[in-house]
Design a protein around this ligand. Structure first.
Ligand SMILES: Cc1ncc(COP(=O)(O)O)c(C=O)c1O
Ligand SMILES: N[C@@H](CCCC[NH3+])C(=O)O
Length: 443
């Protein structure tokens, strides 16, 4: 397993993260346990900010909180001076509860409800990323009813779709997100928002995909946005002061993943924006981005306790752990791959290839199909790397499994950021209707 950030093997042959022995974490907090390497999260934040500062452009880096949204994380993001992207009232509530400065919050989503819009307006958030005409009109009306003028970006679909190793310029209009650039919807949206009394159009937003390992897709998106900005200026006399190029910067999960340094993405984006906007003699806009996975993904490690084994000679050996798709649905959803090691025997050589199964009543509940480990024994602590993004945030209570605790580690300290759910938490919102208060036999 690749050792990310402050992860290392200590003198006892145990995996250590943030200066803390993970076997001690497992003993103290139980398993499954999400462990977050705080120094690595902060380092990633700074890599983005430093690269933008070097570019000389005005910028905002907004952490896409969908990747991992808990109050402690919001605090770190606030301390690092980043902005925050939220896509629901729940993410917004979490950020506000954490004391995150509302003026640095950006609200995304293709179906913001009137209640969500009101909540965000009342909180005084910095910007709405408007996704469609229904929202545009509703936002204008609600802002008007509150006597406010609200800063917005328009999410456009630039017709660039980036995959891990390539991008496709599709001109594709079949997406639930955004105003299409190719069919004139984006142009109309600019026209309409510029004329709206209660909207302040800052510019446009484009997001081309996730877990991207090359810069070409971002360059092409910047080019398309610059062309559009120039057209809008010439035909509508509207000038954008902000261009948001979204998130999607890839990280390493397994060998063969080839992430670029975060500075490389930023340099390519800054260069493309400078060149393209200068080419059309445009006042240089602020550049905003919204990375999620690349801020927190490789800073997360999940610890599990190994339980049962099932060896099918000539086929495979299943080793089951005390978590699974409930704490990490990504292998089941996306066939995502992960690396693992035995945290309590981290310096022992590999001796067998096993498959790691979760404990849900579901054949697809597999965490890793083939991983080489020392001879695995019941009670071993299995560590799975790069589980910081879209794991806790996508966790479920399937099979009424309780969500794990989250611990932040740094400089030898471990601090709980989320408690493990209790049995009471599982039934907290259950209501037994009056007529079922007594269990009456019907036969
Ligand atoms: C609009 C938008 N912004 C930001 C992100 C964050 O992406 P990532 O976690 O890949 O950086 C996403 C997710 O793909 C997104 O849809
Ligand atoms: N949830 C996805 C990524 C979606 C990104 C949000 N638009 C993942 O785990 O990889």
């Amino acid at each position: 397993m690749h050792l990310h950030g402050t992860s290392r093997v200590n003198a006892l042959g145990h995996l250590e993260v943030g200066g803390v022995d993970t076997t001690e974490l497992a003993a103290r907090y139980g398993t499954p346990l999400y462990v977050v390497d705080e120094a690595l999260v902060r380092r990633r934040c700074r890599e983005f900010v430093d690269a933008f500062q070097a570019s000389g452009l005005k910028f905002q880096v907004a952490y896409a909180s969908k990747a991992f949204c808990v109050m402690a994380m919001c605090r770190i993001i606030a301390e690092e001076g980043l902005s925050l992207d939220v896509v629901s009232d729940g993410e917004l509530f979490t950020a506000l509860q954490a004391g995150f400065p509302p003026e640095r919050i950006h609200f995304h989503g293709n179906n913001k409800t009137p209640a969500e819009i009101e909540m965000a307006l009342d909180a005084g958030i910095g910007c709405f990323v408007v996704d469609n005409f229904t929202e545009l009109r509703m936002l204008d009306a609600i802002a008007g009813s509150k006597g406010k003028r609200v800063p917005i970006l328009l999410r456009i679909t630039p017709g660039v779709e980036a995959h891990t190793h390539e991008y496709i310029s599709t001109g594709q209009i079949d997406s639930k997100f955004g105003f299409d650039l190719g069919n004139g919807a984006a142009f109309e949206a600019v026209q309409e928002s510029a004329a709206a009394n209660h909207l302040l159009l800052l510019g446009v937003h484009s997001h081309i995909g996730s877990q991207i390992f090359e810069v070409e897709g971002f360059r092409v998106a910047a080019e398309k946005v610059a062309q559009f900005a120039s057209q809008v200026r010439d035909e509508l006399n509207v000038v954008f002061s902000v261009i948001n190029l979204g998130g999607g910067f890839g990280i390493r999960y397994v060998e063969g993943d080839t992430p670029l340094p975060m500075s490389t993405y930023v340099e390519a984006i800054a260069e493309a924006v400078k060149t393209r906007f200068e080419a059309v003699s445009y006042p240089m806009p602020e550049i905003w981005i919204e990375p999620g996975r690349s801020i927190v993904g490789d800073a997360g490690t999940t610890l599990y306790t190994v339980g049962t084994h099932k060896d099918i000679p000539g086929v495979r050996k299943y080793v089951s752990v005390d978590g699974g798709m409930t704490d990490n649905p990504r292998p089941a959803l996306y066939q995502s791959q992960y690396e693992a090691m035995l945290a309590n025997r981290a310096s022992e050589p590999s001796q067998e290839t096993v498959s790691i199964a979760g404990k849900c009543c579901e054949s697809g509940d597999m965490l890793i199909w083939d991983v080489e480990l020392p001879l695995v024994q019941t009670g071993d602590i299995l560590a799975v790397a790069s589980t910081g993004a879209y794991n806790y945030s996508m966790a479920s209570n399937y099979n009424r499994i309780r969500r794990p605790a989250v611990v932040f580690v740094k400089d030898g300290m471990a601090d709980m950021a989320v408690k493990r759910e209790t049995y009471e938490d599982l039934v907290r919102n259950d209501v037994v209707p009056e007529r079922m208060k007594q269990i009456q036999s019907v036969r």
